[in-house]
Design a binder for this molecule. Structure first.
Ligand code: GLN
Length: 532
């Protein structure tokens, strides 16, 4: 097995023990990136060589020099008998929405194409302090606005390692693709409506959205501040636990970060699922899609192989001694997308005000008559269509006269969505759940261009994930099987506030119990072509 295939836990253990050097691990990762990643995303629309069509294109920018310095430092510490940290020598990729001091951080937007931040985001800093090697910045939907990574201003957009004619999901598609393609062991993403979990499901990796406030948002380009959560992406549950351990905790730079002590997530995994109460909800068996003629919400079935995977997982967990609680009502989940549409657009419009061509980022090169024209031209040239649409929508929904009907009402529905979960998790209540098991997505990865340009349809691929953002709850997707096209299926565990330990335990137990199932030995198509 080559070093880039090892888990983060194995790499860190072997580097710490002096069995392998961080610099060797780094070389293996760099070689894999050279083999598979192809041309990095860029703003100039060069025509692509045909072979590039089959590449992953996870990265916008590689930070090889930085990673080399970090590897040297880890190796020096090991040689000197110092503690190199719990992620010693582990290759990591960062969604290009987290700042990294002195290195362009673009949010995949032209408007930030030349922005070199003067500080590093807290979650990134914490991984670096733990000895991780930062290999680069990954592509995403512009400002994380999307579910396919296709809205990036940096082309080519990333492809899915399981089938390069399909999207990796989004918005953290570059991050999940880089982990699935074994270019890095771990990556960081952000999840506002599902942007870690949906692409992780599409790419067959694990992705965790922590409880709101568990991980600092300092250094994150704000999208919808009341929903945004940074979180880890990895190839298995224990690596996810390890990374969360390194990232979580109070940050004086983010007043919404929590003072709750951080649990020992790795230790929690050992406890198994015996006695845990895991809920299933009929409200996660369908997609609720609006009929624009009538305004009614119609129901569509989700892909049957995905429902079967959830059922299979429930059976496996029951065999392990978990108590499966059926028919848990979560009726307001069906309103979660319309509610998200309103809240996220209003907050995004407000957050995007800061990009004006005055303080930082792109500025129109043309002569302008006055400040108004400077702002207008800079934004017209610098923003792609998603930011423009969302600013317009957000301004409209929050305007005097409309806010009551839309924004204020959305906040009320959001509170109702949260209440559904409070009832399900209430330790004195009827259900007393430890976790809820659901599909992560209604379909497996779709083809490039299938939904691109249809913002509403695209948005509905977050139907199963977005309620956890509204409610602020932790939720994790793990691989649960493959469909008939050999595309990964994600299953999701949603937990109560700050109970990441419980969803990690449930996910780990399922992962261990299904280790020898046939689908586990199928590798992403892009890796099957590799000469090993
Ligand atoms: N797909 C959703 C959107 O476009 C969620 C994105 C996210 O979680 N960042 O808003």
């Amino acid at each position: 097995m080559s070093l880039n295939q090892l888990s983060a836990l194995e790499i860190a253990a072997r580097v710490r023990a002096g069995e392998i050097r961080a610099s060797e691990v780094l070389e293996a990762s760099l070689a894999q990136i050279r083999r598979l990643d192809g041309q990095p995303g860029s703003l100039d629309e060069k025509p692509l060589e045909p072979a590039e069509d089959q590449k992953i294109h996870a990265f916008i920018r590689q930070t090889e020099d930085l990673a080399r310095q970090q590897a040297e430092e880890v190796d020096r510490k090991v040689a000197a008998g110092e503690d190199p940290g719990m992620l010693a020598g582990v290759p990591v990729a960062i969604k290009d929405i987290f700042t990294l001091k002195g290195i362009e951080t673009t949010a995949a937007s032209r408007i930030l194409s030349n922005f070199k931040p003067p500080y590093t985001a807290t979650p990134v800093q914490k991984l670096m302090d733990a000895g991780a090697l930062i290999l680069g910045k990954t592509n995403l939907d512009e400002f994380a606005f999307g579910s396919s990574s296709e809205s990036s201003a940096f082309k080519p957009a990333p492809n899915n390692p399981w089938d390069t004619s399909r999207v990796p999901g989004g918005s953290s598609g570059g991050s999940t693709a880089s982990v699935a393609a074994e270019e890095v062991a771990l990556s960081l993403g952000t999840d506002t409506g599902g942007s870690i979990r949906q692409p992780a499901a599409f790419c067959g990796v694990v992705g965790l959205k922590p409880t709101y406030g568990r991980v600092s948002r300092y250094g994150l380009m704000a999208f919808s501040s009341s929903l945004d959560c940074p979180g880890p992406i990895a190839r298995n549950v224990s690596d996810t636990a390890l990374t969360l351990q390194a990232m979580a905790g109070l940050d004086p730079h983010d007043s919404t970060s929590s003072t709750m002590p951080v649990s020992d997530y790795l230790e929690a995994l050992k406890k198994g699922v015996k006695g845990l109460r895991i809920g299933l909800s009929p409200d996660y068996a369908h997609l609720f899609y609006p009929d624009f003629e009538t305004g009614e919400l119609g129901m569509e079935s989700i892909q049957s192989e995905i429902s079967q995977a959830v059922e299979h997982a429930a059976n496996v967990l029951a065999d392990l001694g978990a108590e499966i609680v059926e028919n848990v009502p979560l009726p307001n989940t069906r309103y979660s997308i319309p509610t998200y549409f309103v809240i996220s657009r209003v907050e995004a419009a407000s957050n995007l005000h800061r990009f004006d061509g005055v303080k930082y980022g792109y500025r129109t090169p043309d002569e302008v008559a006055d400040l108004q024209e400077l702002l207008r031209r800079t934004r017209a040239e610098g923003f792609g269509s998603q930011p423009k649409l969302r600013i317009l929508m957000g301004m409209y929904l929050s305007a005097a006269g409309f806010a009551e009907n839309y924004y204020q009402r959305a906040l009320k529905v959001r509170a109702m969505i949260r209440k559904d979960f409070e009832r399900a998790f209430d330790p004195q209540g009827e259900f007393r759940l430890d976790a809820i098991l659901t599909p992560t997505t209604a379909t497996t990865a779709f083809k490039r261009d299938d939904f691109f340009g249809n913002s509403v349809r695209m948005q509905y691929s977050d139907q199963m994930t977005v309620s956890a953002n509204h409610a602020g709850l932790p939720a994790m997707t793990i691989p649960g099987g493959l469909d008939g096209n050999n595309l990964p299926i994600g299953i999701q565990f949603i937990g109560a506030d700050f109970r990441e330990d419980l969803i990690l335990r449930a996910g780990f137990a399922f992962e261990q119990a299904t280790r020898d199932e046939a689908w586990r030995s199928v590798r992403p198509a892009a890796l099957r072509q590799e000469v090993e």
